[in-house]
Ligand binder design. Structure first.
Ligand SMILES: NC(=O)c1ccc[n+]([C@@H]2O[C@H](COP(=O)([O-])OP(=O)(O)OC[C@H]3O[C@@H](n4cnc5c(N)ncnc54)[C@H](O)[C@@H]3O)[C@@H](O)[C@H]2O)c1
Ligand SMILES: [Fe+2]
Length: 385
């Protein structure tokens, strides 16, 4: 076995109704009083935050809500939010929302405590720190950002860049499934498939796959595959919602240590150019990337098939691997989300540009088991056009 390192958030609290007791939970942990809540406008106006804000006030927290986060957050939004947090003299940062809100919260925690410019933080291991205490609470079961050391930023008009550093690992992740109950079916499907892709790509990661990330990825996929359709069809089912939330968190722990690859590399240009939601863009390219990787990943896909889709799984590796791809395809189809690029506004003439852009994601492509050329990326997009 190769040497490996495994890093995760030191404290994870999984508790239904935790939001309504948040002030108390944070009071037990921190003596500070000024808390900055980072979220998006929709969540802030939806009333979802109200129980948490009420309990925070009851326990002596002075709260500043920063709700300018946009999906796929641009760098300008992050700098503006950090300025507001500094003006409020924030002592603790709470990211409460989807991956976008949590990713912004991570960077605010750093930008409030250090002079390092955001522009110097992109890439792996470039954040110097220190940062403010950081608590993350997801409202989607998808990104796993609450347990990753990653923040994804839209730089310029269309490009996404990652800030990856242990400094971004939160101090506390709080998982309250009640926060995810109102997530619409399409968003539940897209974010849930994002989480499944994290698990699959971690399990097949070319460089840093290890026995801990493997265990997490398998358990994550079992929980996500077993609950995705129930969570989509019966959003108020708290058992399904809890399983999705914990599954996404386990997948997050897996890919935080065994990083994602070609599915994410090909998904990012769809988000950058056509504002396709992160989960949906992953779902769109998943099937052709799995098929492309099959020759290099047959053994791993067969292992996943046996663990996640045992019913009707053939005995030999080659057939079991195909069974895995077919079962994943059937699951994605059953959610009813769009299946083709043309449904999300892509035209055939865009495919070469998308392929060229995908190849810029070398940070991710180095983790892919099979090398991807620009022509390969073009063929993958064409297969789902
Ligand atoms: N840091 C990481 O490790 C990591 C991993 C994967 C993706 N990402 C990034 O995360 C972002 C995507 O995050 P996301 O998929 O969670 O979506 P998001 O945070 O962008 O939110 C998408 C939409 O869903 C809404 N929403 C969120 N929770 C809701 C709820 N409970 N009820 C109703 N509506 C709700 C939001 O208001 C928003 O309009 C992208 O920027 C992506 O690049 C980060
Ligand atoms: Fe993702």
């Amino acid at each position: 076995m190769q040497n490996f390192e495994f890093v995760t958030v030191p404290h994870i609290l999984v508790e239904r109704g935790a939001a309504a007791r948040l002030g108390e939970a944070l009071r037990q942990r921190y003596t500070a009083t000024r808390l900055c809540v980072v979220t998006d406008r929709f969540l802030s106006e939806s009333g979802l935050l109200a129980p948490a804000l009420c309990n925070l006030a009851d326990h002596g927290w002075q709260v500043t809500v920063i709700d300018n986060v946009q999906a796929d957050p641009p760098d300008t939004v992050i700098l503006e939010a950090a300025k507001r947090a500094r003006e409020a003299s924030a002592e603790v940062v709470l990211g409460l929302g989807g991956g976008s809100s949590m990713d912004v919260a991570k960077l605010i925690a750093v930008l409030c405590a250090s002079d390092q410019p955001l522009a110097d933080m992109y890439g792996v291991g470039n954040v110097k720190g220190p940062r403010l205490p950081l608590v993350l609470m997801p409202t989607t079961a998808g990104t796993g950002s609450e347990v990753t050391a990653i923040s994804i930023v839209t730089t310029g008009q269309t490009t996404k860049a990652g800030v990856v550093s242990p400094v971004l690992m939160a101090d506390l992740a709080v998982l309250d499934a009640e926060l995810t109950v109102g997530l619409p079916a399409q968003a539940t499907a897209a974010t849930g498939i994002d989480a499944m892709v994290h698990a699959i790509e971690a399990y097949t990661s070319a460089r840093l796959k290890n026995p801990v990330s493997d265990c997490l990825a398998v358990r994550a996929l079992q929980m996500l595959a077993g609950n995705l359709l129930t969570a989509c069809r019966d959003g108020a089912n708290l058992d399904a919602r809890s399983n999705m939330l914990v599954g996404a968190m386990l997948a997050g722990q897996a890919f935080a240590n065994a990083p994602v690859a070609a599915v994410h590399a090909l998904a990012y240009p769809l988000g950058g150019h056509f504002h396709v939601a992160h989960g949906l863009s992953n779902a769109l390219v998943l099937d052709p990337v799995l098929r492309f990787n099959l020759p290099a990943a047959t053994a791993q896909y067969a292992e996943l098939a046996r663990a996640v889709f045992p019913e009707g799984c053939p005995a030999d590796d080659a057939s079991a691997a195909r069974h895995f791809i077919e079962q994943m395809g059937a699951l994605v189809s059953a959610t009813g989300i769009p299946k083709t690029l043309r449904e999300v506004g892509v035209e055939e003439g865009h495919l070469r540009m998308l392929a060229a852009d995908a190849l810029k994601q070398q940070r991710l492509l180095v983790n892919n088991l099979r090398p991807v050329t620009e022509e390969d990326a073009f063929e993958i997009y064409k297969a789902v056009f």
